[in-house]
Design a protein around this ligand. Sequence first.
Ligand SMILES: C[S@@+](CC[C@H](N)C(=O)[O-])C[C@H]1O[C@@H](n2cnc3c(N)ncnc32)[C@H](O)[C@@H]1O
Length: 246
Amino acid sequence: MSTPGQTLLHTGAFALGITLTPEQNEQFSRLYALLLDGNSRLNLTALKTEQDIVLKHFVDSLSCLRGGYLDTPGHVLDLGTGGGFPSLPLAIVRPQLHITPMDATRKKIDFVRETAGALGLNHIRPVTGRAETLGRDAAFREQYDRVVARAVTTLPVLAELALPFLKVGGLLLAQKGALSSGELQAGAQAAAQLGGRVQEIDEFALPVLGDARTLVLVEKVRPTPDRYPRRDGIPNQQPLFWKAKG
Ligand SMILES: C[S@@+](CC[C@H](N)C(=O)[O-])C[C@H]1O[C@@H](n2cnc3c(N)ncnc32)[C@H](O)[C@@H]1O
């Protein structure tokens, strides 16, 4: 990563209240190089410029730390991690978390596993699978203190995919762009059906660029009914309280 890229990373992280150590800085530089290399082979991200990768992937990923809900040790599932976001940046700055990056696409999870190994992030255990299937597996259901999901589907669909993984008392942190009131209302209704309750809507601007972002916090207040999640693809085709995309 260039010196201006490092400055941007520091500025962005600092705006979120995070001061990076020299070792973390080095890990982000290596992550940047590995992402560029992986992208040329695997098409992991549409973002190509250094500024975009630093701000829209690294700093944006770290914005799930707003509010301090990931400051204590615990088990975190990253649902739909793609190329490892937010898992990899989060693992760099929060080594005390046990993080499970999960995605339906094997080649993405292979990249996350190799990259975590290269960065010495031993507290990451990547898993390939669909949320609808793993959410019914006793090894995953109700096993997590936190679920993070960045840029994954609409709020009502995400509520059905994510809430089954949480212990009662756990939190879903949904990282989204600008959110319509319709999506939020449907998401709140879906969450209630699945044992959740919208706790906070945190609207903020992405550091440096100012793009609109929303961090939606949903607390799990009682167990998710056994009939959820529905089978593969159904949450997306027939979202609760929401129209499917045409
Ligand atoms: C738009 S990408 C976002 C990736 C990453 N979170 C990021 O911010 O760069 C959405 C990801 O969710 C995964 N995904 C979508 N539905 C899923 C499901 N039902 N189970 C597991 N992964 C899913 C996709 O494979 C894709 O990698």
